[in-house]
Design a protein around this ligand. Structure first.
Ligand code: PMP
Ligand code: GLN
Length: 388
C-alpha cells in the first residue's frame, strides 16, 4: 500500500498525551499536561448545561453564535481597548488548536517563511510545515528568556509571511513586554509580515504585569491575528472553544479554512463561553491572583527541595532546573524517573524544541493550576524522594 503523508506519519505522540498516560499508569500526581483541578465558574457551566437541555442543538452559524462573537468583541474592548466588528472580525473555533490550524493553513503559501520562537508550543511546527511554510527559528535563552533582537531581525526577510508567537508563553512563562512587542511589530511592518499571536493565557499573568496584545500597537491592527481560548479563561480545557480576532480582509480566508476543518463548534459550549467572557472584572483578577498564589506555593516548595526554579510571569507553568538535585540524565529521563519513583509527573522542556537533541536537556515543567491539596501531595512526594 502507498504510504501516508510522511511528515505526519513521522511525528511522535504529543508529550502531553505520553506523560498523562504514564501518570495514569503509575497513579502519580499529574503536574505534566496543563489542566486545572478546578471545575470552572459555576455560571459558565450552568449556562452551557441549560442551553444543552433547552437551546438549539443543531448546526450553529459557521462563524459562531452571535452572542459569543459579540462577547469576544466586547471583551477585546474591555481589556485591550480594541474596536472589533463582531460580524466580520470574530470567528469561533474548536479550541485555540483549530484556530492555529485555520490561520496557518489560511495564510501560508508553500515556500513562505514563518518566524517562530523557541521553546514553542508543540502543535506549531508540524502545522507550519504541513502548510508548506519554512520555519525560521529563533531561540530564547534561560533564565531570562529575553528576546534576542539581532537574531530575530536576521530571521525576518521579505520572504517572511508571518511570525507566530505566544504571550504569556508556554512553557517558559515569559510575558513579552511592550518594548519587545514594539520590536516585533517593527519587523512585521518593515517586511510586510503578519503577526499571529497565541494569547490563550492573556488572563493568567502575575505580579501586576498587564497583557498587551500586539494588535493594539500602531499600524498592527490590520496585520495581527489574535487567538484566545475558553479553556484557559474559564479553566475548562476540555471544552475546546477558541476564538480568532482579525481584520475582515484576513478573516475571510481564515474562515474559509475553518469551514472545511470543523465548520462549527458545539452551540451550548459557545453559549457558556459567551457567559464567561461577560463575567465581571473581579472574576479575571481573582483568576490571576489565585494562580499566582498557586505558583508561589509550588515554586517555593520546589526550591526548598533543591530545584533551581526559574521565574514564572504568567501561564500555568513553572520551569525548573533539576541538576542541583544531582540527577545526571536527560529531561525525558528525569520526568519518567519522578513519575515512576516519586509518583509525580512533569513535562520535559526539550519537547518544546524543533530538535530535542539540540535543546537544553535539564529543565522540567511543572503545572500549578491545581488544588492546594494536589500541589501539597506532589511536594510531599518529591520531598520524600529527593531527601532520602
Ligand atoms: N496554545 C497554547 C500556548 C497552549 O498552551 C494551548 C493548550 N493548552 C493551546 C494553544 C491550545 O488550546 P485549546 O485547548 O483551546 O485548543
Ligand atoms: N496546553 C497544555 C499544556 O501545555 C496541553 C494541551 C494538550 O494536551 N494538547 O500542557
Amino acid at each position: 500500500m502507498k504510504s501516508a503523508n510522511s511528515l505526519m506519519s513521522g511525528l511522535g505522540t504529543t508529550v502531553f498525551e505520553v506523560m498523562s498516560a504514564l501518570a495514569r499508569e503509575h497513579q502519580s500526581v499529574n503536574l505534566g499536561q496543563g489542566f486545572p483541578d478546578d471545575k470552572g465558574p459555576q455560571e459558565v457551566r450552568a449556562a452551557a448545561a441549560d442551553y444543552l437541555m433547552n437551546g438549539h442543538n443543531q448546526y450553529p452559524p459557521m462563524m459562531g453564535i452571535p452572542e459569543l462573537r459579540q462577547a469576544v468583541a466586547e471583551h477585546a474592548k474591555r481589556f485591550q481597548g480594541l474596536d472589533i466588528d463582531w460580524q466580520s472580525e470574530v470567528l469561533v473555533t474548536s479550541g485555540a488548536t483549530e484556530a492555529l490550524g485555520d490561520c496557518l493553513f489560511g495564510l501560508i503559501e508553500p515556500g513562505d517563511e514563518v518566524v517562530l520562537i523557541e521553546p514553542l508550543y508543540d502543535s506549531y511546527l508540524p502545522m507550519v510545515r504541513r502548510a508548506g511554510g519554512i520555519p525560521k527559528l529563533v531561540r530564547l535563552e534561560p533564565p531570562t528568556w529575553s528576546l534576542p533582537r539581532e537574531e530575530l531581525a536576521a530571521a525576518f526577510s521579505d520572504r517572511t509571511k508571518l511570525i507566530l508567537f505566544n504571550t504569556p508563553m508556554n512553557p517558559c512563562s515569559k510575558v513579552f513586554d511592550r518594548d519587545e512587542l514594539d520590536f516585533i511589530a517593527g519587523l512585521c511592518l518593515k517586511h510586510d509580515a503578519y503577526a499571529v499571536c497565541d494569547e490563550v493565557y492573556e488572563h493568567i499573568i502575575f505580579d501586576d504585569r498587564r497583557h498587551v496584545s500586539i494588535m493594539t500597537l500602531p499600524d498592527m491592527r490590520a496585520r495581527t491575528v489574535r487567538i484566545g481560548s475558553a479553556g484557559k479563561g474559564f479553566s475548562l480545557t476540555g471544552w475546546k472553544v477558541g476564538y480568532i480576532t482579525a481584520a475582515a480582509e484576513l478573516m475571510k480566508t481564515i474562515a474559509k479554512t475553518h469551514q472545511f476543518m470543523t465548520f462549527t463548534t458545539p452551540p451550548n459550549l459557545q453559549w457558556g463561553a459567551a457567559t464567561g467572557l461577560r463575567l465581571a472584572d473581579d472574576y479575571y483578577s481573582t483568576l490571576a491572583s489565585d494562580m499566582q498564589r498557586k505558583r508561589d506555593r509550588l515554586a517555593i516548595a520546589l526550591a526548598e527541595i533543591g530545584f533551581d526554579v526559574l521565574p514564572a510571569h504568567g501561564t500555568y507553568f513553572v520551569t525548573t532546573d533539576f541538576r542541583p538535585l544531582g540527577f545526571n540524565g536527560t529531561d525525558d529521563d528525569f520526568c519518567r524517573h519522578i513519575t515512576v519513583e516519586a509518583g509525580v509527573t512533569a513535562v520535559p522542556v526539550s519537547a518544546f524544541y524543533d530538535e530535542p537533541v539540540r535543546a537544553p536537556r535539564h529543565f522540567a515543567r511543572f503545572c500549578f493550576c491545581k488544588h492546594d491539596a494536589t500541589l501539597d501531595s506532589a511536594i510531599e512526594r518529591l520531598g520524600r524522594h529527593f531527601r532520602k
